[in-house]
Design a protein around this ligand. Structure first.
Ligand code: Y12
Ligand code: CO
Length: 174
């Protein structure tokens, strides 16, 4: 299964992803393709909509203390719902759909998540630190929200100017 990343300002990233009702081979095939794709592109989190599948699925593989992403730490999250949230934290976020840009975003410090695994089993997860931040970032994707949508008006304007310049330079190099 060949996947390609959908990059900002592609309008498809604004779409709201649909609830998953069939936990079938087609879903498993997509999840199985998303993981190597994310690792090869140096990502730690990826929502299905970023590879043009607007369904409520995301994966996360948070690096350990050695910076490794062992496959046994892979988290597959289907139909997530945040049921509790507390605290506040700020982190410099990046996104495979917004290449080369990192910006500070404020998020909840701790969250409780209800979700399903690839077989439709219901799960609960208490998350903090980078896991909580990355989950909120990926769940935003399911609502058509990007981390740059959290920036102040002036930071966003600055970002748009720099991003346009980056796209232009990239086009000229081709
Ligand atoms: C905070 C919040 C959410 C996350 C998870 C989602 N973000 C990523 O996985 C970012 C990946 C990323 C990878 C890059 O490397 C390549 O594209 C080769 C990257 O660098 C460039 O675009 C040059 C930027 C972001 C993480 C943290
Ligand atoms: Co992202």
């Amino acid at each position: 299964m060949q996947l390609t990343i959908v990059e900002y300002p592609d309008k498809r990233l604004k779409n709201k992803s649909k609830e998953i009702k069939n936990f079938d081979a087609e879903l498993h095939k997509l999840l199985d393709a998303m993981h190597p794709f994310m690792i090869e592109t140096n990502g730690i989190g990826l929502a299905a909509i970023q590879v043009n599948y607007p369904i409520r699925a995301l994966i996360l593989n948070i690096p350990n203390e050695d910076g490794e992403q062992p496959p046994e730490n892979l988290l597959e999250v289907i139909n997530p719902v945040i049921t509790a949230k507390s605290g506040e934290t700020s982190y410099q976020e990046g996104c495979l759909s917004v290449p080369k840009f990192y910006e500070d975003v404020t998020r909840y410090e701790k969250i409780t998540l209800h979700y399903q695994d690839r077989y439709g089993n219901t799960k609960t997860l208490e998350a903090d630190d980078l896991l909580a931040i990355a989950l909120q970032h990926e769940i935003d994707h399911l609502e058509g929200i990007l981390f740059i949508d959290h920036l102040s008006y002036s930071r966003r304007k600055k970002f748009e100017k720099e991003y346009k310049r980056m796209l232009k330079e990239r086009k000229q190099k081709k």
